[in-house]
Design a protein around this ligand. Structure first.
Ligand code: NAD
Length: 272
């Protein structure tokens, strides 16, 4: 699938930690489609991760930025414009973290300082990023901004913990900022609600295997992989989706619209 539909387009990709990351696969797919970009992640993630291998493979430069720090974001935007030689056509926000999930805190016993930290990283960082881009007028007309979400924003998944609330907030920011970015700059803003996926962030959710199997059985097309998510994102960065904005787009093999599947009925029906 290597049509050069992003030829001449430039952007920033947040969140490639290792080769399982959705952002890593997206960087590969965007490069295959002819796009050029800067890779960024939090300083601590750059030390832990293997992002330089991805940078080499895709011809990208790497710039450290904590997405909760507006000064970091402003520097990242300025330096990336210098490197890429102008404004951006696409931005991927592929960032999520809950301290409560990491530390195994139950939703009925949350540490609210940790809750605020996770909210800042997973949701408010999207507002901070878009506000910096908007104020610097750093996006080209008909540019595209995408963030990654999960259906726990709409429906209860007990193990998803406070990340569910963060995703609901993230999706709301996409709509609210997307209005102004659309009106004032002709830039579109969407979230992709992706299937559960085996990544570092995904593995943090307890019972992920059961989760994945359940979603696989419920989805007529099966779970969407990180690579499939990457290819979908390429379409949203391309000129073929110019009038798609303010949407939360399910990329989940149909999971979100199935009440129950025959496989799940069979699995829970008592054997007589
Ligand atoms: N894996 C899943 O099941 C799944 C499903 C739906 C949506 N998502 C979402 O996809 C996105 C990417 O997650 P992933 O599954 O690829 O996992 P991942 O762990 O590979 O990516 C999460 C990224 O967030 C980065 N990050 C954390 N704090 C940061 C900060 N302060 N500044 C900058 N970056 C920071 C991490 O370094 C990491 O690169 C997240 O928004 C996640 O919630 C994941």
């Amino acid at each position: 699938m290597s049509h050069k539909i992003l030829e001449g387009k430039k952007g920033i990709i947040f969140g490639a930690l290792d080769d399982q990351s959705i952002a890593w696969k997206t960087a590969e797919s965007v490069a295959d489609a002819g796009g050029q970009f800067v890779l960024t992640n939090a300083p601590v993630a750059l030390r832990m991760g293997t992002i330089n291998a991805l940078a080499e493979k895709t011809g990208a430069k790497v710039i450290a930025a904590d997405a909760t720090n507006v000064e970091d974001l402003n520097q990242l935007i300025d330096q990336s414009q210098e490197i890429l030689g102008g404004k951006f056509d696409f931005i991927l926000h592929s960032i999520g973290m809950s301290v409560n999930v990491r530390k195994g805190k139950h939703y009925t016993d949350l540490n609210h300082d940790w809750m605020a930290k996770g909210w800042d990283v997973s949701a408010v960082s999207f507002h901070k990023l878009m506000q910096s881009l908007y104020k610097k007028d750093a996006m080209n007309e008909w540019g595209s901004i995408v963030a990654l979400s999960y259906i726990a924003a709409q429906r209860t998944f007990p193990n998803y913990n406070d990340m569910a609330d963060n995703k609901a907030y993230l999706e709301s920011i996409a709509r609210s900022f997307g209005y102004f970015f659309g009106k004032d700059k002709k830039v579109r803003v969407n979230t992709i609600s992706q299937s559960p996926t085996l990544t570092t962030a995904g593995k943090g959710v307890s019972g992920l295997d059961g989760f994945l199997n359940y979603a696989e059985k419920m989805s007529p097309l099966g779970n969407a992989t990180a690579k499939e998510c990457a290819d979908y994102t390429v379409s949203l960065f391309s000129d073929y989706t110019r009038k798609v904005t303010l949407q939360n787009l399910y990329h989940d093999g149909g999971f979100s619209h199935v009440g129950v599947s025959q496989e799940v009925i069979d699995a829970i029906t008592p054997k007589s």
